[in-house]
Design a protein around this ligand. Structure first.
Ligand code: SF4
Length: 347
């Protein structure tokens, strides 16, 4: 367990995340998520001054926090690094030059409904607009998900486009979060991808194993292994405090079940912008068998400017990590630029 207690705050909000929740149906766990800013503030015993701004900012991008993630947040600590990722703040209402609604050029990369093509050899599917948590810094917080496919038949153009381009060897299931799809829908998408001979790798970008670990079921592992193309799962954790209890168990189940599991984190002010936070995140990941793959410079999305850390600080952190950790435990520090042919490696 990697909880970071301070003397002035109490234990995490619920009895420690026990590791038993893999048996709880994930739909049920999702239905019990906290969606009301007042409830979040009351449950976490936060100062009254947070209430009004949280209500307003949740009107811009709704609040959503699953109970198992909530259980990893310390009560009464406004500086908790997990709370900072989910608590709506008045700062989100500030318009900042250079921060926009499509920071990584998704609109220009859209080739068909639900299909983005940015980099050579890879195509990305916006499988759903739904997530199990709403990260306040999300680069797709303004994405027009309403325009993307809903029914299976709506995907025909996307699959025809992939099938017609033999240079595409990897399909990335993204969103939103692809593990928000039901098993039946996920299976149907995997089957269609598996039927395209030149697609040899199937990548999933998902935060569910971290925030709603109940989703990592034996059936899910079966679907991924049976897909045909080699599955690669890229999870998203930003702080070691996220990687406890049932989340750690879910990651172990995936790794020991034979999946390649990588992590991508975002460099976030007040969350993981110190050497201690980065080092403990990377060490905890490798202890669980997960490779710390990327540390992303924040995508400059409107509403998230207060999370930005300078690239000078980011480079310094990576240099310090190199002195402290084995090479495989140090992530690549990258930035995505709209229209870029690849992610730029900053350090
Ligand atoms: S899980 Fe990913 S897509 Fe969903 S809100 Fe968080 S960062 Fe955005």
């Amino acid at each position: 367990m990697h909880f970071f207690f301070t003397s002035s705050v109490s234990a995490p909000a619920a009895e420690a995340d026990s590791g038993q929740s893999a048996d709880v149906d994930w739909h049920q766990a999702l239905a019990q998520a906290v969606r009301d800013p007042d409830a979040l503030i009351d449950l976490l015993e936060l100062p009254e001054s947070f209430r009004e701004p949280a209500r307003r900012a949740a009107g811009l991008f709704p609040l959503l926090v699953p109970r198992s993630f909530l259980a990893r947040i310390r009560r009464g600590d406004p500086h908790d690094p997990l709370l900072a990722q989910v608590l709506p703040l008045g700062l989100e209402e500030t318009s900042v030059f250079g921060f926009g609604t499509d920071p990584v050029g998704d609109a220009a990369a859209r080739q068909a409904p639900g299909l983005l093509h940015k980099y050579h050899g890879r195509a990305l599917l916006i499988t759903t607009g739904a997530c199990a948590i709403h990260c306040r810094y999300c680069f797709r917080r303004h994405y027009p998900y309403g325009d993307e496919p809903k029914r299976l038949a709506d995907w025909d153009r996307a699959f025809e486009t992939i099938a017609a381009d033999a240079t595409l060897h990897e399909v990335i299931l993204s969103g939103g979060d692809p593990l928000m799809l039901t098993d039946a829908r996920l299976q149907a998408l995997c089957d269609r991808i598996g039927a395209i001979p030149h697609v040899t790798r199937l990548r999933l970008h998902t935060r569910l194993p971290i925030v709603l670990p109940e989703r990592v079921t034996p059936r899910l592992l079966e679907i991924l292994h049976a897909a045909g193309p080699t599955p690669i799962v890229v999870v998203h954790a930003n702080h070691a405090q996220e990687l406890s209890g049932s989340c750690a168990d879910a990651l172990r189940r995936m790794v020991r079940g034979g999946l390649t599991v990588l992590n991508q984190a975002v460099l976030l002010r007040g969350v993981n912008d110190t050497l201690e936070a980065q080092a403990s995140l990377c060490e905890r990941l490798v202890d669980l068998g997960v490779i710390p793959y990327y540390l992303h410079q924040l995508d400059r999305v409107a509403g998230a400017a207060h999370f930005e850390v300078s690239e000078v600080t980011g480079r310094k952190l990576i240099a310090q990590l190199r002195r402290r950790l084995p090479g495989y435990a140090v992530p690549r520090y990258v930035r995505e630029t709209a229209g870029g042919e690849y992610k730029e490696i900053l350090e």
